[in-house]
Write a protein of this length. Sequence first.
Length: 314
Amino acid sequence: MVRARRDPSPISYPCGMRMRPTLSWTPTTDLLPGTTDLEPVVDALSAGGVLVLSGAGISTESGIPDYRGEGGSLSRHTPMTYQDFTASEHARRRYWARSHLGWRTFGRARPNAGHLAVAAFARDARLSGVITQNVDGLHQAAGSEGVVELHGSLDRVVCLSCRVMSPRRELARRLEAENPGFDPVAAGINPDGDADLTDAQVGDFRVVPCVECGGVLKPDVVFFGEAVPPQRVEDCRRLVRESAALLVLGSSLTVMSGLRFVRQASQEGKPVLIVNRDPTRGDPHAVTRLALPLGTALTAVAERLGIPVDGSAG
């Protein structure tokens, strides 16, 4: 049996775009009000070559809350930072207890009308690619292919020492075995898969080590304060360069990891279109912001284009 090391020295990701723990932003200029006019989005998709950049808002209709919208999880929850996770055994125990419980909810989530519409646009050759800031895998479950997961995915686990990757379901089985009867009632589930639990509910939850080397396990997601792998960043930059337009779905663009692609598209003369009910940090670069629920808006756009949306996917 491999024993966990008492003083692990995790290896951080290579240098790249760093996820700063920016939890909010304040507009410095007057932003244009949102619209309900579908035509700019319809026109962009009619022309084709549209790159989608999605955020947590596209998954709210699947029962996964967003960070910053009305009732967003940041009003009650501060996401784990990479620095806290790697520095503190207590922080890791608290994270894995909460994430283990949240994983059950994520496993039950199903693609909604927004995810299905994106997949339908791709099947109809209207898209040049999909980048998602989400870690829930719902675009793929809806049928989208070649999705770039900017912030990784919760369905994989990586060892910070030996870098071996393993399925999350395997870790879930090990955690169940080590923590029989662990089934507290969470106050809520967050977009990063973290359930809201008190320290008392976490209790003496047992964390398991890497089976290969005994190192520290971490979900294969980019925490706040951590760098996005540079090749992934370059892949996204290339997708922006090769696109005709950028369509942002359900992201406040507060975090620079997504905002910089909006800025790139704008600088390259590509129209930026945003579908988000609330103002975003990218609004000054956008030609329009459609302030409608995503499922409603994208289904209506698909109808205008005569594109069938497969409600049975996922």
